[in-house]
Write a protein that binds this ligand. Sequence first.
Ligand SMILES: Cc1cc2nc3c(=O)[nH]c(=O)nc-3n(C[C@H](O)[C@H](O)[C@H](O)COP(=O)(O)OP(=O)(O)OC[C@H]3O[C@@H](n4cnc5c(N)ncnc54)[C@H](O)[C@@H]3O)c2cc1C
Length: 426
Amino acid sequence: MSQEREHAQARRARGGVLVVGGGFAGSYVARYLGAATLVDPRNFMLFTPLLPEAASGTLEARHVVVPLRQMCPEAEVLLGRAVALDEHRRVVTVEAHGEMLEIGYEQLVLALGSIPRALPIPGLMDHAVGFKDLADAIHLRQHVLRTLDAAATETDPAARRPHLTFVFVGAGYAGVEALAELADLVDDALRHYPELRGEPRRWVLVDAAPKILAEIPSRLGEYAARQLASRGIDIRVSTTLAEAGDGWARLSDGETIETRTLVWTAGVEAHPLPREWGLPVDERGRILVDGHLRVEGRDNVWALGDGARVPNAATPGRFDPPTSQHALRQARRLAKNLRGELAPYRYAMLGQVATLGRYKGIADVLGVRVRGFPGWFLTRTYHLYQLPLPSRKLRVVADWTTSLLFRRDIAELGDLGDRRRIGEAP
Ligand SMILES: Cc1cc2nc3c(=O)[nH]c(=O)nc-3n(C[C@H](O)[C@H](O)[C@H](O)COP(=O)(O)OP(=O)(O)OC[C@H]3O[C@@H](n4cnc5c(N)ncnc54)[C@H](O)[C@@H]3O)c2cc1C
């Protein structure tokens, strides 16, 4: 690194504010603030609440992301990866387009988010797929559609079964919503597979906690569990994944399930860089911040989002959970604090919403609990309201409307984006 630094280009962040990470938290800070430099390796903000619908194909994948340059028109967007922090010189080193850039700052905002939590389970890394990013959602959709084709070509029912068995480990928002959406995708896609008519498929949802969706009120969580069970989804609570292999998953209750699809959605952990950079972190790697979102012991470094342990004046004694709605409210407060309107962060949650596949959802808004179709409608309306940019909202509404009128698109664009040599046959 020291050799690279000698050749690093030096520049200063716009307005003196450098925001590292352009996810939910960072992009909103830059949007509200205006003059700032925003660094992220991707040129878009992923709107994760709609990611399960991108996986199932209800929404076009590009419509669940918001281009950072459109979202933050007054900010300087720098496509790159932060690799080092020198607090003494007030400089962050960014690897961008094969070059090292040193960005000087007066105020630094860290919004690096989280990474999927990988537990030391034998076979997990080699045989499970995650569900955190757009690439994961596209991969999972393609994998599921290919799996149906593989099942259709099998004539032996025993050999078919693993292709039609889907195991999700982790029954939080991501796992439950992704499973429900993909189950709808499979139901719809199978109409086009006469070879598989009447063929049983199996969906298994595994979680170490005693109930699914532990983060939402228990009455709604119980409704979600009943709803999923009535669709034949096999829910295994107080159960963990013990081992995974090629074509199988073994659970802690001793059952070995033959499956070609093992999805790991069992939580996230804070991004490792802040710990490596010597910033104060808790036992889970989250940056310690005070009530104003300022990193403890620093006067010009701030942090928010999933990667920070954020105290909330509205919930004394409790820290914010890792959700987009909290990240967004923290961003709003932090932008004001950086503008000099210093006040403690305070956000009283309005409610929680989740979809359970087509026309089914759960919502708890201002103490009013709704489920079924109204819950689904409310969830969608809420996400639409949160989605930035009118053009994005319109694209999403157009996708939803189209999906009401026509059958689901089951095109599988697996090699899209791969470069093919000129003259090469598919
Ligand atoms: C599938 C799924 C569904 C979800 N559904 C919901 C929901 O319905 N409701 C809800 O409230 N929450 C939901 N969440 C949680 C929500 O997405 C997070 O709480 C939110 O994204 C946190 O925002 P963040 O900015 O802290 O992190 P992120 O949004 O993850 O952003 C982190 C950013 O940092 C960037 N980055 C990483 N490394 C570097 C680096 N070295 N240099 C520069 N940039 C870097 C990343 O590219 C990313 O853009 C869901 C999450 C997932 C995965």
